[in-house]
Design a protein around this ligand. Structure first.
Ligand code: MN
Length: 286
């Protein structure tokens, strides 16, 4: 079985220099600086004890694809991001460096602690709002992927008084009977730039998300979670489509929404159909 460095190179990942830095950082995290130094002095012994900690290449490939699909499906543009929980170390997550999602490739994927600290930045700049992801992974052990976007159809539902994003069709049943709205003023006062740029703000957002699939962010966008990256992408796409349909329907007359039971049943059916949509979207954005 190839070692972590070989696996990273095999998936077209970071330069050969980086796995060493990652390995040292990992030992530093598990033990202490002195232990890291000792490990560096006896690399053979440390290598034998080191867990298989590199993320699965298939997971990284899905994360790269998710970045491209979310752009192709008009959920993200130059902004927005998608992460996955590390499949070997659940207290870490994977997220691109700060860049337009459509341009993300495997070497751009960075590893983070759940407090948003990069494990081995290697000169790469992280997203300002990476705290959204880590805080939700901390609060929600069931969540394996997170999408944050400013998709335009959803924005009105976070700012219009009395509006609530609710499922108008079956593919958005995962929204459930209500979608919470995060008001950043409640936790950070009246003069922020609206960005979730600290761990404390991430925690506040995660509290508002609660057990829901989607949380709206007033004057900013939304964040969507899933039990894997494909489901999170599915939900982000259909939350945006539902928002547009709901706005359209509301202009025509009183809207009949899915009731709680219908939403739950439709969500369950939708979970079994994620792969069909993913295959199509994947083909459109190789
Ligand atoms: Mn944002």
């Amino acid at each position: 079985m190839p070692g972590p460095a070989a696996r990273i190179l095999a998936m077209g990942g970071p330069s050969g220099r980086e796995p060493t830095a990652r390995g040292l950082a990992r030992r530093d995290c598990l033990c202490c600086g002195l232990a890291g130094l000792a490990a560096a002095a006896w690399p053979g012994r440390a290598g034998a004890a080191e867990p298989a900690a590199a993320p699965s290449p298939a997971l990284v490939a899905d994360l790269v694809a998710a970045n491209h699909i979310l752009f192709d499906q008009a959920v993200v543009d130059g902004f927005g991001h998608v992460s996955v929980r590390h499949d070997k170390q659940p207290d870490r997550f994977l997220l691109s460096r700060s860049m337009a999602p459509a341009l993300v490739q495997a070497p751009d994927i960075m590893e983070f602690e759940l407090d948003g600290a990069p494990v081995a930045a290697a000169g790469r700049t992280p997203y300002l709002e990476r705290f959204i992801h880590g805080a939700i992974y901390r609060a929600r052990p069931d969540v394996m992927a997170v999408v944050h976007s400013h998709s335009p159809g959803i924005i009105p539902f976070g700012v219009a008084g009395g509006a609530a994003l609710r499922p108008v069709f079956h593919l958005a049943g995962f929204l459930g009977p209500e979608t919470p709205v995060f008001e950043i003023r409640d936790v950070a006062g009246p003069a922020t730039d609206l960005l979730v740029r600290s761990d404390a703000l991430g925690d506040a957002l995660a509290r508002t998300l609660g057990s829901h699939a989607v949380v709206l962010m007033r004057g900013h966008g939304s964040t969507t979670v899933g039990t894997d990256v494909r489901q999170a992408v599915f939900r982000a796409v259909y939350a945006e489509i539902n928002a547009r349909l709901q706005s359209d329907a509301g202009r025509l007359g009183p809207v009949t929404f899915l009731n709680t039971e219908e939403a739950a049943a439709a969500a369950q059916t939708g979970n079994g159909l994620v792969g069909r949509a993913w295959e199509l979207w994947r083909m459109r954005s190789p």
